[in-house]
Structure formats: structure tokens, C-alpha cells
Design a binder for this molecule. Structure first.
Ligand code: KIV
Ligand code: ZN
Length: 390
């Protein structure tokens, strides 16, 4: 079975930037957009042009500099939004308008005070209007996660007939279970007339910590685009994390799914976004967290030093991390100490190591972590008469 491509739609600059405190200026957005293009994302959602003059300018500038990716602007199903997005995207090599409307009963009743029939009409009208500007029109059915599947299929069928090229099925509130979300995608694949003319897209939020699992369930069931952000940033608990879905597909070749992402740029891109937004990455974050390739317990360190794969399923170099970290703490063993001592210039015999190790334990009990400078000190204080080689 040949591997099928899953498109990566990055929304760090739109859904990610909606996070309180994560606001970026245009210059910062341009740097990130350029990096996303190098990373190999297929689509960059550059912003919501009607939301502010600053966002309009950012989308317009990003459109001018991005060389490979499609540049996308968000709109509501409102003509003025679509006019403004089309204007902002004018300079893009590959422009996409992302328009949509809430489809769950709760959105229809409380947000729009409308009816299902009127919502379908507005959706179709918006897609047809966007098509007068660009060929590539993505439609989002907001709160699709809580939308009844039969009605969702009717909406999808109508917007595909109106020319939508991508159908975004957002789990806006992060409510779905992976089986449920996967079944929703499967249902749409099997029940929407004309579905072969459009790509189904997963846009999952992380309110229950299921965004990544739901997106993977989506692509297993036939979606061919994932909407995600660097470091999983996004409204509330965030969006699907780009680095996670990319590496899941890469580490599981039996899925027969892959992306065009250059994974070696993942770590540096994560740092760039984190520093630009002043939003630290949690140390235990999968793939890009500071501890993702750090080993501190004696048993694990011994295993990794003997063979990295004992406790690592990803080669750190594949995501741009230079090497696994052997962190020295009071839980570390002799193998880790010998390894780190060798890195700073000491080739210890077994006898010397025994002595240094006793000194190390006393030292480590009083410190969270033992660093290279401490190793020099511990070895001197152990009186074993050895000097570091250069
Ligand atoms: O979560 C969501 O439903 C969205 C849409 C606007 C695509 O972000
Ligand atoms: Zn969202």
C-alpha cells in the first residue's frame, strides 16, 4: 500500500495568536511565516483580515513573502469579511479563503437565532461569494464536533456543490472522543454526495487533552488535512500540536500516511514561536519539551547509554535536537556519572568512579541537578589525583 500525503494546515498565526498574551507584531509574524514555509507546511493561516487593520496588514505582507505554501485568511459567512480577506490575499501565489458558520443546534439557536435551513443558505452563499475571488475555498462547520452527523452531511453536500475545495470539521470545544470524531469523518466520507471533490480537514481543540488523538483518528478515517499549531497553541487549552501529529505519522509507517514536513526544523521552530510569543513550552511537552529527550533515573540512563533505543522511540536528531540529555541528579547511577565525566575530559577507572560516585551522591542530595562545573569540583574533592584532558 503506498503512502498517502496528509496536508499540514498551520494556524499558529491565527488560532494560536488568539491566545491571551501571544499577540505578535507584523515583523514577528513574517519571520514565523517564512519559517513555516521552510518547515514545509502546506497551508499557512495568516490571520483574520477583517478583525483589525494590523491583522489585515500581516495577512497582506505574509501573502507577498511566502513562496511555497498556500496562504489562507479566515472569514465569517459575511460578504464584507470575504471582500477584506480577498483584498489581503491579493499578493499570494496560492490564496485560500476560509469561510464558515456554526452548525451545531446550540450555535444555530443561541448564536445565530436561526434555523438549520437558513444556516445552509448562508453557508452556500458565502462559499459561492468567496469563489468569485479565489478558486481555493475552505468551509468550516464551526462546532461540527457537536453537530448531528446527518445535518452536518447536508451542510457539507451543499457547500461542496457550491464549490468548496476543503471541508473543515472542527471539534471547536474539544468535546469528541477519538472514536466518535473518527466515525464522524467516516460518516461524511460515506454519505456526502460529491465528497471526492473536496478534502476533509481535522481542526481539533484540546479541552480534554484529545486534540492529537482526534486528529489522528480523523486521518485514519479518511481526512487528508490536519489543522494544527506549533507547540499546540490555540484558544483555551490549545489546538492539535503540529509536531505531535507529524511525528506520529512518521513513527508509525503502518498508517501509510505522511506529511511534507522537514522534521529536523521542528525543535528550532518551536523555540522561535515560544520566544516570539513569550509563551514557554512545558518541559514535559511531547517532541519539543526540554525533557522530551532527557533521562535522569539511573536505570534509564544506563539503558540509553548502552543503546539509545532502549528508552527513546525518536532519534532526537530527527526533530533537530542535537542529542539525548543525561541529566545528573541524586537518582543517577555510576554509568551516567562516568558518561558525563568523560564528556568533560575524565576517563575514570572503576576504582576512581566508585570514589567519585560517593562524593557525587553527597553533592547531588543537596542540588536539584549536577552540572559540568560541579563535576570538576566533585572530582577534585574526591582526591583521586586526576586532571581533565583538554
Ligand atoms: O475552532 C474552530 O471552530 C475554529 C474555526 C473558526 C475554524 O477555529
Ligand atoms: Zn479553532
Amino acid at each position: 500500500m503506498s503512502t498517502e500525503k496528509v496536508q499540514i494546515f498551520d494556524t499558529t498565526l491565527r488560532d494560536g495568536e488568539q491566545v491571551p498574551g501571544c499577540k505578535l507584531n507584523t515583523q514577528q509574524k513574517l519571520i514565523i511565516a517564512e519559517r513555516l514555509d521552510q518547515l514545509g507546511v502546506d497551508v499557512i493561516e495568516a490571520g483574520f483580515p477583517i478583525s483589525s487593520p494590523g491583522d489585515f496588514t500581516s495577512v497582506a505582507e505574509i501573502s507577498r513573502i511566502v513562496k511555497n505554501a498556500t496562504v489562507c485568511g479566515l472569514t465569517r459567512s459575511v460578504k464584507k469579511d470575504i471582500d477584506v480577506a480577498a483584498e489581503a490575499l491579493k499578493g499570494a501565489k496560492y490564496p485560500r479563503i476560509h469561510t464558515g458558520i456554526g452548525t451545531s443546534d446550540s450555535h444555530i439557536k443561541y448564536k445565530f437565532r436561526s434555523t438549520r435551513e437558513q444556516i445552509i443558505e448562508r453557508a452556500v452563499e458565502a462559499v459561492k461569494y468567496a469563489k468569485t475571488y479565489v478558486e481555493d475555498v475552505e468551509f468550516y462547520a464551526e462546532d461540527a464536533g457537536r453537530t448531528d452527523n446527518e445535518f452536518l452531511a447536508r451542510v457539507c453536500e451543499a457547500v461542496v456543490a457550491a464549490g468548496a475545495t476543503v471541508l473543515n470539521i472542527p471539534d471547536t470545544t474539544g468535546y469528541c472522543l477519538p472514536e466518535e470524531y473518527g466515525a464522524k469523518i467516516k460518516y461524511l466520507k460515506e454519505n456526502v454526495k460529491g465528497i471526492e471533490k473536496a478534502i476533509l480537514s481535522c481542526h481539533c481543540h484540546n479541552d480534554l487533552g484529545l486534540a492529537t488523538a482526534n486528529s489522528i483518528a480523523g486521518v485514519i478515517n479518511g481526512a487528508r488535512q490536519i489543522e494544527c499549531t506549533i507547540n499546540g497553541l490555540g484558544e483555551r487549552a490549545g489546538n492539535t500540536s503540529l509536531e505531535e501529529v507529524v511525528m506520529i505519522m512518521r513513527q508509525h509507517p503502518t498508517l501509510n500516511l505522511d506529511t511534507g514536513i522537514n522534521s529536523k526544523l521542528l525543535y528550532s521552530t518551536s523555540r522561535l514561536v515560544s520566544e516570539s510569543m513569550a509563551m514557554p513550552v512545558q518541559p514535559n511537552k511531547a517532541i519539543v519539551g526540554a525533557n522530551a529527550f532527557a533521562h535522569s533515573s539511573g536505570i534509564h540512563q544506563d539503558g540509553v547509554i548502552k543503546n539509545r533505543e532502549t528508552y527513546e522511540i525518536i532519534d532526537p536528531a530527527d526533530v533537530g535536537v542535537t542529542e539525548s540529555a543525561i541529566v545528573l541528579t541524586a537518582r543517577s547511577g555510576r554509568a551516567a556519572l562516568a558518561y558525563r565525566a568523560k564528556n568533560v575530559g575524565y576517563e575514570l577507572t572503576k576504582l576512581q568512579l566508585d570514589k567519585v560516585y560517593q562524593q557525587f551522591l553527597v553533592y547531588a542530595d543537596n542540588k536539584k541537578e549536577v552540572h559540568d562545573d560541579d563535576i570538576h569540583l566533585i572530582i577534585q574533592e574526591s582526591n583521586i589525583g586526576i586532571k581533565a584532558t583538554a
